[in-house]
Design a protein around this ligand. Structure first.
Ligand code: ADP
Ligand code: MG
Length: 213
């Protein structure tokens, strides 16, 4: 089994649906340690991405991810737009020309993390979305190296991202808007780490549908 453009498109559709559903939750998380716009930002950006994909009809995983990158950069304000935009752009480059096998999925996640760090300069432990992407990449690489199929590589990544997001709660933010709060950022989940875990979980569901089809 490999993951194709239809999977990538479905991934973004399911991400948009899940983020829409969790919009208020993400707003609440961002209100606690930021300015309360993360749910709105992501909801707007992913809805626009679904719309753009409908118009562009991209024919490869890389083209889907590139369309998403451009749309997020142009429609999402704040820190998350450029961060996720660069993530999807580097992920698109990492995807290559064809469909994704397990190693391809790990490469796409590596591209995403690389883009986020190139843009935001955060490392693990600074209470940002990097704290979800970093364990996701480690888990994806380990799964791919052990010969897992792409759906299982995504499953490992999403589960690790969820644990990574949960583990941001006791951290003190040292990057982004939450860092202005210093010690007061402790005791809250990082909104971007939570949106990352939602987006990776949507990728698993899209792969499940592709496998069942
Ligand atoms: P803003 O902070 O501009 O209001 P959002 O609320 O949409 O933007 O996004 C906030 C999220 O962005 C944070 O929860 C965090 O995960 C992420 N973030 C902020 N700064 C950085 C950074 N330098 N590196 C990685 N992620 C970051
Ligand atoms: Mg915000």
């Amino acid at each position: 089994m490999s993951l194709d453009a239809a999977w990538a498109r479905r991934w973004i559709e399911l991400s948009a649906a899940d983020i829409a559903e969790q919009r208020d939750y993400l707003v609440d998380l961002d209100r606690a340690i930021g300015d309360g716009d993360h749910g709105e930002n992501m909801d707007r950006g992913l809805k626009a991405a679904v719309e753009a994909l409908g118009q562009a009809q991209p024919g490869s995983v890389a083209e889907v991810l590139k369309t998403v990158a451009k749309t997020l950069m142009s429609t999402v304000g704040g820190a998350a737009g450029p961060l996720y935009g660069t993530a999807f752009l580097r992920a698109s480059k990492a995807a290559g020309d064809g469909d994704l096998d397990g190693a391809g999925v790990a490469a796409v996640i590596a591209g995403a993390l690389d883009g986020i760090q190139a843009r935001g300069k955060a490392t693990a432990g600074e209470k940002t979305m990097v704290d979800a992407w970093t364990p996701a990449l480690e888990a994806a690489r380990a799964a791919a190296e052990s010969g897992s199929d792409p759906a299982a590589v995504l499953e490992a990544a999403a589960t690790a991202a969820e644990a990574g997001a949960a583990a941001t709660e006791p951290l003190r933010a040292t990057k982004g808007r939450a860092s202005y709060l210093g010690e007061r950022s402790i005791g809250h989940l990082d909104p971007g780490a939570v949106s990352t875990s939602l987006i990776l979980r949507a990728a698993v569901r899209a792969a499940g549908e592709a496998g069942a089809a």
